[in-house]
Design a protein around this ligand. Structure first.
Ligand code: CYC
Length: 169
């Protein structure tokens, strides 16, 4: 598992280089947004269940077939599994946000996930829509909390989306 700092150090150490301009810029951006990242993490941990609930409501409003008979989130068990998955995405994204690195997502969330979803017929398209809705719900909430630049929030959610949507070979 990596964060911005350990990620840079290992990259530069492999080639025995001092941190160059690019590395310094990336460290500056990371530390510059540090307070906001911590604020975001605190907000998420205090409001996780309402963020998940709002995301689920938006998802099922946009794709009501999911919770109708025949839909993958139909039956209480699967409905609950879907909200639980959204909760996983939120929690792990909050870790990645604090770390400034998406390694934790690859390692703990994405590993084997597409295969699991395929075998259970969990639809990837609607899952990706759910992840993007969660990003929007969270960004709106954080902006309302006075965090002006929430672009660091996009990174983990977009990473999850990109990795999940990639066609398996
Ligand atoms: C199931 N989601 C699962 C399963 C796993 C995960 C492993 C199968 C085992 C189980 O039911 O618990 C996901 N597990 C994870 C993740 C981690 C993990 C991400 C990392 C920490 O340990 N169905 C929909 C929606 C979507 C959905 C689009 C919600 C956004 O229609 C999710 N996931 C969903 C559902 C199931 C599931 C409904 C149950 C499927 C079934 O058993 O038929």
């Amino acid at each position: 598992m990596r964060d911005t700092v350990t990620g840079l150090i290992s990259t530069y150490d492999i080639t025995g280089r001092y941190l160059d301009r690019e590395a310094i810029d990336s460290l500056r951006a990371y530390f510059g947004s540090g307070t906001d990242r911590v604020k975001a993490a605190a907000y998420i941990s205090a409001n996780a269940s309402s963020l998940v609930k709002a995301t689920g409501a938006a998802l099922f409003e946009q794709i009501p077939e999911l919770i109708r008979p025949g839909g993958n989130a139909y039956t209480t068990r699967r409905y609950a599994a879907c909200l639980r998955d959204l909760d996983y995405y939120l929690r792990y994204s909050s870790y990645a946000m604090v770390a400034g690195n998406c390694d934790v997502l690859t390692e703990r969330v994405l590993n084997g996930l597409r295969e699991t979803y395929n075998s259970l017929e969990v639809p990837v398209g609607p899952t990706v829509i759910g992840i993007q809705l969660m990003k929007d719900v969270l960004k709106d909430a954080l902006e309302a909390q006075g965090i002006a630049n929430t672009s660091f929030v996009d990174v983990p959610f977009d990473h999850l989306t990109r990795e999940l949507s990639e066609v398996s070979v």
